[in-house]
Design a protein around this ligand. Structure first.
Ligand code: NAP
Length: 306
């Protein structure tokens, strides 16, 4: 097993300290893990190496990761089944966050489905495939402009999720790919504990949103923290990383951890070596002159997902 046990006092620093989602009794380390990369190519079907996929999850948990992001539409079903195979019965401190609101087509497409039947079915799929009686956190994933949000009403699907919460099938609710207006509307229906949107060192369209959520004590969980399907590529980032003796991915993650205390990281990887590298990013401190250099990357980047 790994030398980093979850209860080890130095782990708080190693994994970026902790954050407690509103209304939740168990804090999570700010450095978590996103499981989307565990399905097959195109987030479809079985992984090329199922043993390696399970090893990544077990390594993450052994290193103290207690926040895992997933969805039953990864695979579909496959990623949740791998999580269950690798980790069930789950450690008491583990928080698994899933999302509903989309359905995969046979052509591997991602289609919105926020109908009552679709959402209810998705919650039951997640419960069954993860092997739990209640889901810790369910994000309503709005399809908007796929990787960027678009305004539109959210009350109806959230009312469905709030009913499932009242039935005890969901403990907490969040939103993904959402605008500040949609979060405000959602808060009239139910408590929102986290927002999961596209954000990274190069794509900072949500800067003001991050700060507003921090003031409310709500977690902001960036998806594509490393750039996602097209991992971040920047000569400025590479130069900064070289000057610190770190990798570009570690600098990208360290920047997010330093950006705001309510940022929870869920970098995705299918590789134990990359996972190790990513977790080590939490012990990297970026000095002010480095932060200034990284600001240039955002200024030069082409907006993504909008
Ligand atoms: N709410 C949403 O709509 C939404 C959308 C997308 C993702 N998500 C969630 O967010 C999580 C993170 O996003 P993501 O996985 O799509 O993208 P990401 O974390 O930005 O990047 C993942 C990519 O980076 C590579 N990578 C990871 N660590 C690396 C390292 N140290 N060195 C080099 N390459 C590295 C991975 O390849 P390897 O496998 O080879 O390491 C993979 O190709 C997902 O896992 C998922 O849980 C949510």
């Amino acid at each position: 097993m790994e030398n980093l046990a979850p209860s080890h006092p130095s782990n708080a620093a190693v994994l970026g300290g902790t954050f407690t989602l509103p209304g939740m009794s168990k804090p999570v380390h700010r450095m978590g893990y996103g499981a989307m990369q565990l399905a097959g190519p195109g987030v479809w079907g079985a992984p090329r190496d199922p043993d390696a996929a399970r090893a990544v999850l077990r390594h993450a948990v052994a290193a103290g990761v207690n926040h895992i992001d997933t969805s039953d539409f990864y695979g579909p079903h496959v990623t949740n089944q791998i999580i269950k195979e690798a980790l069930h019965p789950y450690p008491a401190d583990l928080v698994i966050v899933t999302k509903v609101g989309a359905r995969r087509g046979e052509d591997k497409s991602w289609n919105p489905d926020i109908s009552r039947e679709g959402l209810t079915g998705a919650v039951h799929d997640n419960l069954r495939n993860l092997g739990v009686d209640a889901l810790d956190v369910v994000n309503l994933r709005l399809m908007g402009k796929i990787h960027g949000p678009a305004e539109g009403p959210v009350a109806e699907p959230l009312a469905v999720l709030a009913e499932l919460k009242a039935q005890g099938l969901i403990r907490h609710i969040g939103l993904s790919n959402a605008t500040p207006t949609q979060v405000k509307e959602a808060q009239t229906i139910t408590e929102i504990v986290c927002v999961q949107n596209l954000y990274n060192v190069a794509h900072r369209e949500d800067d003001a949103f991050v700060d507003d959520l921090a003031r409310q004590g709500i977690a902001y969980v960036p998806f594509f923290p490393l750039g996602g399907f097209t991992p971040l590529q920047s000569s400025d980032l590479d130069a900064v990383a070289a000057s610190l003796g770190a990798t570009s991915m570690q600098v990208a993650l360290a920047w997010l951890l330093q950006r705001a205390p309510n940022l929870l990281l869920i970098p995705g990887t299918s590789s134990v070596a990359h996972l190790r590298e990513n977790l080590q990013a939490a012990s990297l401190t970026l000095p002010p002159e480095v932060l200034a250099k990284l600001d240039a990357i955002a200024a030069e980047a082409v907006p993504q997902g909008h």
